[in-house]
Design a protein around this ligand. Structure first.
Ligand code: TLP
Length: 358
């Protein structure tokens, strides 16, 4: 079995989770009669200190419902660089809500001043700025925690300007474990929060959107319109509830494994950022696609982010010894692709020398 570090979405349900799924009480959630879904929605809303929650199929649907409920067609949404809805949601915000994005700051995080600078004036040629989104932890920034004091400042300024604040909290659990801040404290500045049970928590499917009762009622109608209302979804909610009970504190192990992996790579001369949570970004001079293919042959799976960057994500199906082995295998793949590139450069140099001398 290869060591799969492509994402924390690749986990398989544990035996305990499969038992919980098998025993789940279910009903027709379209009629509001699935007790497991209801219990999960209530429990999650309580955890995050919000009035209501809606169980949805994916983090993408959570983000998109938040955007649809807090904008009008023709509006502009302020996000950080690399925001998930820009890069990985199939242009859903343009297609479903008719909005465009403005990027604040550099590298994914931004300050209240950087946000303020992107808010449009009232001139009739401007889009209307209506929503700000922060991502915590930030995926493309390598699992960095969005500083809470910045989130609070952003929320204060956004509110004073009449803008709503959405928190993409697909990995908010990792931020909470890392900072030791309660989930409700992390969520407090935001009007809406999307959270995923299917990332580091290890559930097979499912996310939630959190917000006011009124907003969640509107989101429930849209979820139906978009084909995301489910029937006996309690079998999925049971897995999510099991994950909340058993898999939150252990995220610290993933953070430690990410740290061990990055440290081992650096010992072997590879550039790997010091992780804050469960994501490690590995930088190379070039050839990331070839390195990913070579690493796959050696038994470790990582994602190419660009031609010079790869992403490795730690999760409950990877133990410390595998993290270290994965670092050795990846360092080996990097060295062998670099050696191949050097060999072909010197073969080219020899050929032109030969030509020149002839
Ligand atoms: N991210 C996935 C890929 O789409 C890149 C991953 O492997 O990391 N917000 C954030 C910050 C995310 O990282 C993701 C998933 C989502 C939203 C969307 O969740 P899903 O995949 O459930 O739609």
């Amino acid at each position: 079995m290869p060591i799969d570090l492509r994402s924390d979405t690749v986990t398989k349900p544990t035996d305990g989770m499969r038992d919980a799924i098998a025993r789940a009480e279910v009903g027709d959630d379209m009629f509001g009669e699935d007790p497991s879904v209801r219990a999960l929605e209530e429990h999650t809303a309580e955890l995050f200190g919000k009035e209501a929650a809606l169980f949805v199929t994916s983090g993408t649907m959570g983000n998109q419902l938040a955007i649809a409920c807090q904008t009008r067609h023709g509006d502009e949404v302020i996000v950080g660089e690399g925001a998930h809805p820009i890069h990985f949601e199939a242009a859903a915000s343009a297609a479903l809500s008719g909005v465009q994005f403005a990027v604040a700051g550099k590298g994914g995080m931004f300050t209240a001043d950087e946000m303020r600078a992107m808010v449009r004036g009232p001139e009739h040629w401007n889009p209307r700025t209506s929503l700000v989104c922060v991502e915590n932890t930030h995926n493309r920034a390598g699992g960095l925690v969005f500083p809470q004091s910045d989130v609070e400042d952003i929320a204060r300024i956004a509110k004073s300007l009449g803008l709503a604040l959405h928190l993409d909290g697909a990995r908010i659990w990792n931020a909470s474990v890392r900072t030791k801040l309660a989930l409700a404290a992390l969520a407090a500045p935001a009007d809406t929060v999307s959270v995923c049970y299917s990332k580091g928590l290890g559930a097979p499917v499912g996310s939630a959107l959190l917000g006011s009762r009124e907003l969640i009622a509107r989101a429930r109608r849209l979820r139906k319109m978009w084909g995301g209302a489910m029937r006996q979804a309690g079998i999925l909610a049971a897995a999510a509830a099991y994950a909340l009970a058993h898999h939150v504190a252990r995220l610290a192990d993933d953070h430690e494994n990410a740290r061990l992996f990055a440290e081992r790579l650096r010992e072997r001369g590879v550039t790997a950022a010091e992780p804050q949570t469960n994501i490690v970004m590995v930088d190379v001079a070039g050839g990331a696609t070839e390195i990913v293919a070579e690493a796959r042959k050696a038994g470790v799976l990582v994602n190419p982010g660009s031609s010079t960057r790869m992403r490795a994500v730690f999760h409950l199906d990877v133990v410390a010894s595998e993290a270290l082995r994965a670092a050795d295998l990846l360092a080996g793949a990097i060295a062998s692709v670099a050696a191949g590139a050097n060999a072909s450069v010197s073969a080219g140099a020899m050929a032109s020398l030969a030509k020149g001398s002839g």
